[in-house]
Design a protein around this ligand. Structure first.
Ligand code: CUA
Length: 344
């Protein structure tokens, strides 16, 4: 695990953070280098060819070979920067490994709640396994404002937007605690909207999942000394126990479907009846009543529950489904979507 390159940026705790840093330093080097290439000769020539009595300058209209060189070199550099930048961005933003542990992040003014597959939720503490990919699906509660999930040590920053899901992912190499910030000004409590990401080794991660007490690893990198100081001023040891959860997300989702009477229209197994099926539809394309074809991903399912008329499926135009805003919490929505995804 390489430490901070040249000590300028915070600790790079993921492989992607290291890739990101290399790109950043390449850009910095190019900028400084060409600054010198332009400004040093400029100052030199300004002095050398300054106006003096008895000296008359020769008229130069252009220099084709020089102009070709200073067009080609920057063009090649810009293409390199684009391709390199795209590769890093693509890796960070779009390609979480399929086996990534999925955790739901719900932001609100001014704290972070994390919801796990097994139904546990934690406030302002995100527990993750070290050495394994973790995918975050982020939103902000309805009627709230934009927030932004930022982990400086990982170089990831993703907006939390009310009414939609955004995703990001990371794989932290070593156990350790990292500071999470809100990176979008969201009102009076913005600067207090911090949380701790706790990457646990395999043994402690297992313990945590079973609801046992775990040993907390030390803080790493950006903000670590401050976070450590805040922590030790509070009572308690560097141990943390997780609350047991009785219901997994999928079980909670199933309960909601039964309680909400969804089965009356969508069939007892979600196979469809009066309303369209929701079994086995996740990730599939569908044609809507307005002729549009969309993929039924999590954002679609969310919209279909919260604003059914806008996402009415072709063939079901005349079926009225009541909208559910205000009746379902973000956590229940996450459970419902997890349940629908689980139906093959
Ligand atoms: Cu939330 Cu700034």
């Amino acid at each position: 695990m390489s430490d901070r390159l040249w000590g300028v940026l915070p600790h790079a705790s993921t492989a992607i953070a290291q890739d990101w840093d290399k790109l950043f330093y390449f850009l910095l080097f190019i900028c400084v280098f060409f600054c010198l290439v332009v400004f040093v000769p400029m100052v030199f020539f300004a002095i050398k060819y300054r106006a003096r009595p008895g000296h008359k300058s020769t008229y130069i209209s252009h220099n084709s070979s020089l102009e070709i060189v200073w067009t080609i070199i920057p063009t090649v550099l810009v293409i390199i920067i684009f391709i390199w930048g795209w590769l890093v961005y693509d890796k960070i933003m779009y390609n979480p490994p399929a086996d990534a542990t999925e955790i739901r992040v719900v932001a609100q003014s001014w704290n972070w709640t994390f919801q796990y597959e097994d139904g546990k939720t934690t406030n302002n503490q995100l527990f993750v396994p070290a050495g394994e990919p973790v995918k975050l699906r982020i939103t902000s509660i309805q009627e709230d404002v934009l927030h932004s999930f930022f982990v400086p040590n990982f170089r990831i920053k993703k907006d939390a937007v009310p009414g939609m899901y955004t995703t990001t992912w990371f794989e932290v190499e070593e156990p350790g605690r990292h500071v999470i910030f809100c990176a979008e000004y969201c009102g009076a409590g913005h600067s207090d909207m911090t949380a701790t990401l706790i990457a646990l080794d395999e043994q402690n991660w297992q313990r945590w999942q079973w609801g046992r007490e775990v040993d907390l690893p030390p803080f790493v990198g950006f903000g670590a000394s401050q976070a450590q100081a805040d922590q030790s001023s509070r009572k308690g040891s560097a141990k943390e126990a997780s609350a047991e959860s009785e219901q997994s997300l999928v079980e909670r989702g199933e309960e909601l479907v039964q309680q909400g009477g969804c089965v009356a229209c969508h069939g007892s197994e979600g196979n469809g009846q009066i309303g369209p099926p929701y079994r086995g539809i996740y990730g599939e394309k569908v044609t809507l009543a307005n002729g549009e074809t969309v993929v039924r991903d999590e954002n679609y399912l969310r919209e279909a529950i919260m604003n059914p008329q806008a996402t009415s499926v072709k063939g079901y135009e005349d079926v009225f489904m009541p909208p559910y805003p205000g009746q379902l919490s973000e956590f229940d929505l996450n459970a419902l979507i997890a349940y629908m995804r689980s139906l093959e």
